[in-house]
Write a protein that binds this ligand. Structure first.
Ligand code: MLT
Length: 450
């Protein structure tokens, strides 16, 4: 940017800041629910759903109080669901069936669904070469989003929003998503990192998580524990109510009558934000920073001291935030982080990363107390699922660039269920309102303007 243009940009930004700056009192005056939340942080109710339920508080004697977090998929507690399949079979396909169709599958129904997923797991001929390998980017989320939009060109009925066609499109996207994710990474790794290129085809006898590891690794190998932990991560990230930003985006764009490819691309654009699906990368960056600055990461006193520096904006990214702590809904605990933790420990032993696990455990234990001491208004803070997911992916040797794409590989199931629910239950375009803050002015001819 040359100096003159830089000045222009700076001046215009200053003009924008002036005309768009509203005093915080105005939000109170007009009862505007900033961030679609009330003053206590509760989300504004905008719809009904039976896909999942996220709870972090309960009412006792008419008062809302923090409680242990609960997550239900189609009525089933996530803890019961994961207990049901863990160490017996992989859960991704079974829980996808539950979220999409509302009921747990019988063995025969599950086999039938898996057969359809396998049948659909085919990218158009030369798609890998013509789309995925083109204009490789470090930003894998952008690469996948672009590929999703390209896939619409190969669909004979891309704009047909009948439920039957939408379900077909959703199953197709769920099925090919792992290929879009892994192959986009390989394109980046080859063209930008100058590493060797290899494209492994998925194996129809394997589960989704096994196929991801098989396609990602040069020698296609993985352990049962690795595939189990990845499968669990996918199930835990699959769905989180209608109010999370990307699912709400799904419902907003669906309500406008957009097609499946455009809706999922919009949801992807939301999920990639560091305040949403990109959060686990921030956690990993913060952990790396702590390891760099704290001499003994197993010494609670030292870790505590550094976390306080982070909260005082004196360390890490100077934002005053301990990433992976706190959630819009959960207060005392995030059930997903709890389910995850026992497996994280097992994996840490297999990967000889016990010292790192100790650091995570210290932060999880002390951070809520430190945060609450600095923010007297907050009532309860807990580690969320992002706190551990980055560590898990790191132990699985999954590159950072793939963390958010893996979240998307799972969340597309929830997006699909919500898209169908929006189509079935509502035919009204989502259209909230903004309070006007401008004064009306008389028009001035260009010759008379100063
Ligand atoms: C999610 O899983 O979508 C995140 O925890 C964010 C949210 O629920 O708002």
């Amino acid at each position: 940017m040359n100096h003159e243009y830089k000045q222009f940009i700076e001046n215009k930004c200053e003009m924008c800041r002036k005309s768009d700056a509203f005093s915080p009192d105005l939000y109170t005056k007009y009862d505007v629910k900033k961030g679609l939340r009330d003053t206590k942080g509760n989300g504004v109710v905008v719809g009904l759903t039976s896909v999942s339920q996220v709870d972090g508080t309960k009412i006792i004697d008419g008062v809302k109080v923090p409680c242990e977090g609960e997550l239900h998929y189609r009525g089933y507690d996530i803890k019961d669901l994961t207990r049901g399949f863990l160490n017996k079979r992989f859960g991704f396909e079974e829980v996808s069936y539950l979220l999409l169709f509302g009921e747990l599958p019988t063995k025969e129904q599950l086999d039938e669904f898996k057969a359809h997923l396998i049948e659909e797991r085919k990218l158009p001929v030369t798609f890998t070469r013509d789309v995925l390998m083109k204009a490789a980017s470090k930003d894998i989320m952008n690469s996948i989003t672009r590929s999703i939009l390209f896939l619409a060109s190969y669909d004979k009925k891309p704009l047909d929003n009948s439920l039957e066609n939408v379900l077909r499109q959703c199953i197709y996207l769920i099925s090919v998503f792992p290929m879009l994710t892994v192959y986009s990474y390989h394109a980046y790794n080859h063209y930008i990192n100058d590493e060797s290129m290899y494209i492994h085809r998925p194996d129809s006898s394997l589960s989704t998580s096994e196929n991801i590891l098989r396609m990602l690794r040069p020698d296609k190998s993985y352990t049962y524990l690795e595939a189990t932990v990845l499968d669990l991560a996918l199930v835990l990230h699959m769905e989180h109510g209608g109010g999370n930003n990307s699912t709400f985006t799904t419902r907003v764009t669906t309500s406008a009558g957009s097609d499946t490819y455009a809706v999922i691309a919009a949801a992807m654009s939301s999920l990639k934000g560091p305040k949403h699906g990109g959060a686990n990368i921030k956690v990993m960056d913060m952990i790396a920073d702590i390891k760099k600055h704290v001499k003994d990461i197993t010494d609670e006193k030292e870790v505590r001291k550094y976390l306080n520096h982070i909260l005082d904006k004196k360390a890490f990214d100077h934002q005053g935030l301990i990433y992976g702590m706190g959630h819009a809904v959960y207060t005392k605990s995030d059930p997903r982080a709890e389910v995850f933790k026992s497996f994280v420990e097992k994996l840490a032993i297999e990967k000889k990363r016990q010292e790192d696990f100790q650091l995570y455990s210290i932060i999880e234990r002390v951070a809520p107390e430190l945060i609450l001491a600095k923010r007297p208004n907050a009532t309860s803070v807990c580690a969320n699922v992002d706190f551990y997911s980055g560590f898990v992916y790191d132990m699985l040797d999954i590159p950072h660039e793939m963390y958010t794409p893996l979240f998307a590989t799972a969340r597309i199931v929830g997006w699909s269920a919500h898209r169908m629910e929006e189509l079935i239950t509502s035919n009204k375009i989502l259209r909230p309102a903004y309070v006007n803050m401008m004064e009306h002015k008389d028009y001035i001819d260009i010759e008379d303007r100063e």
